[in-house]
Ligand binder design. Structure first.
Ligand code: EPZ
Length: 442
């Protein structure tokens, strides 16, 4: 296992190009299951561990991942799919594997997918996904840790999610795409990644409309044509590099982004004192301020401040000039980074779903351990701002799930950071939220 070694205290300066969105790539890649007449071509796919996992899963179902002429282009042929079973060892490493449920049931009227189990950041059940499939007429049984779904046919229905669920919305959109009749999804997730998937499916012959902010209408079609799409930029990778500039008092230009998806992050970083100059719809510049202001952070579904940026913003707040409250409203256990930030000298107290962060003068390098994807990013940011001593972040396989060439991009901005082999200390999978080992799940 690798770890990252950082000598902090240097402002990051320069330009960085942001990759394609992990959380848009995953549903769009699995939607290729519904397009079996032609090769599916998906561009701007980031080179991440999670992408490798979903490719492995599709191959295990019988799909063929073809060679492509560009590194970020994925070509998939799904005409050979003859297996409808997503096994535990794959699903437990990446919960988003449950996204195969919708397209498999839509196309083949059956699927058997392992329950993903709990995770470092919360129990993360999929009951909303399963109840919605039942509303479409599917028979859903849960037995021996697996979800078995089959349906003679899927018929449109009205789905009303109790709370917005991103992959739940995506799963049901895919299931409804080939169903008979119209499906109305209420309290649908509003994340841009959902709309990117809708755009891709509609270009391939589907009939899906977001008629109101949180209402999506799907008119089932008999057949789809061809999936050919370029994935939108990753707003969380963008937010992470914006925060890197703020925490190191740097000056970074971000390219290949979608500024309109970053409003909540731009507003919050500006409130904290960063100077943000928008050069165009796909480029902005972030200049860190000498004094970081304390700002309260409260996560909520899009378009509000994203839970996937909570850990990164908390790192920034550890060096702010006062006291702030970070409230995590989406997941029940997304403060695993707090104990590690405290090891770097931060002053944070957690009470239920909120953390009280009292800014300190400086952070000092230490050995810390990544526990989940965004926690690993938070620790890297804190290490970059630690002005004395080296910071080593272990278990960075978490980081590799959602960030491509992170150390390369940071080094190009002036960071002193390198990836080294973890010394061979045997590592036992840390227990997850409900006790089963899921050291790599997010
Ligand atoms: C997606 O996860 C993202 N993953 C997550 O990003 C992100 O943090 C999350 O949405 C929230 O924005 C992908 O898109 C692959 P939810 P998802 O269903 O869909 C509860 C990252 O760092 N819930 O929107 O799994 C759930 O427990 C990852 O890139 C149920 O109770 O999240 C949570 O409290 C981490 N029952 C809330 O809803 C269900 O059936 C929102 O979860 C489904 C969800």
């Amino acid at each position: 296992m690798d770890k990252m070694v950082i000598e902090g205290g240097f402002p990051l300066v320069g330009e960085v190009s942001i990759g394609g969105s992990k959380n848009a790539s995953l549903p769009i890649i699995v939607s290729s299951i519904m397009f079996d007449e032609f090769d599916s071509e998906i561009d701007n796919v980031p080179g991440l561990e999670d992408i490798k996992t979903i490719k492995k899963l599709l191959t295990s179902l019988g799909a063929e991942i073809k060679e492509s002429d560009e590194p970020d282009k994925l070509v998939i042929n799904t005409s050979g799919i003859n297996n409808y079973d997503a096994p535990y060892d794959l699903v437990k490493t990446m919960r988003a594997s449950v996204l195969v449920l919708g397209p498999l049931v839509a196309k083949y009227k059956k699927a058997r997918v392992s329950l993903p189990g709990g995770c470092a950041i919360g129990a993360r059940p999929i009951d909303f996904h399963l109840n919605a499939l039942r509303s479409l007429g599917a028979v859903v049984e849960v037995d021996h840790g697996y979800v078995e779904v089959h349906a003679d046919k899927l018929k449109g229905a009205v789905i009303n999610f109790p709370i917005p669920t991103v992959t739940g919305t995506e799963n049901i959109i895919m299931a409804a795409t080939l169903a008979e009749g119209t499906t109305i999804i209420k309290n649908a997730a509003m994340e841009p990644e959902v709309d990117d998937m809708i755009f891709a499916l509609n270009n391939g012959g589907a009939d899906i409309k977001r008629v109101e902010q949180s209402i999506i209408v799907v008119n089932g079609v008999k057949k789809l044509r061809r999936l050919c799409h370029r994935v939108l930029p990753d707003r969380i990778e963008a937010g992470t590099f914006m925060t890197a500039s703020a925490i190191t008092k740097g000056d970074i230009v971000l390219k290949n982004i979608n500024v309109q998806h970053l409003k909540a992050i731009i507003d919050k970083l500006s409130e904290a004192g960063a100077k943000i100059i928008i050069n165009s719809s796909s480029q902005l510049r972030v200049k860190g301020s000498k004094a970081i202001k304390s700002v309260d952070i409260s996560t909520a579904p899009y378009p509000n401040f994203p839970t996937d940026m909570q850990a990164q913003m908390m790192a920034l707040m550890t060096l702010s000039g006062g006291l702030c409250v970070v409230t995590e409203n989406v997941f029940e256990n997304r403060f695993m980074h707090v104990a590690e930030l405290i090891r770097l000298g931060a002053n944070i107290k957690v009470r239920n779903n909120f953390a009280i962060v009292k800014g300190v003068q400086k952070l000092s390098g230490a050995e810390v351990m990544a526990t989940d994807l965004r926690a690993s990013a938070s620790l890297i940011l804190a290490g970059l701002a630690s002005s004395d001593g080296l910071t080593t972040v272990s278990r960075i396989y978490h980081l590799d799930r959602g960030y491509e060439k992170m150390e390369e991009k940071l080094s190009n901005l002036g960071a002193i950071i390198s990836r080294v082999k973890e010394n061979d200390i045997p590592v036992v999978d840390e227990p997850d939220f409900n006790g089963s080992a899921c050291s790599k799940s997010a």
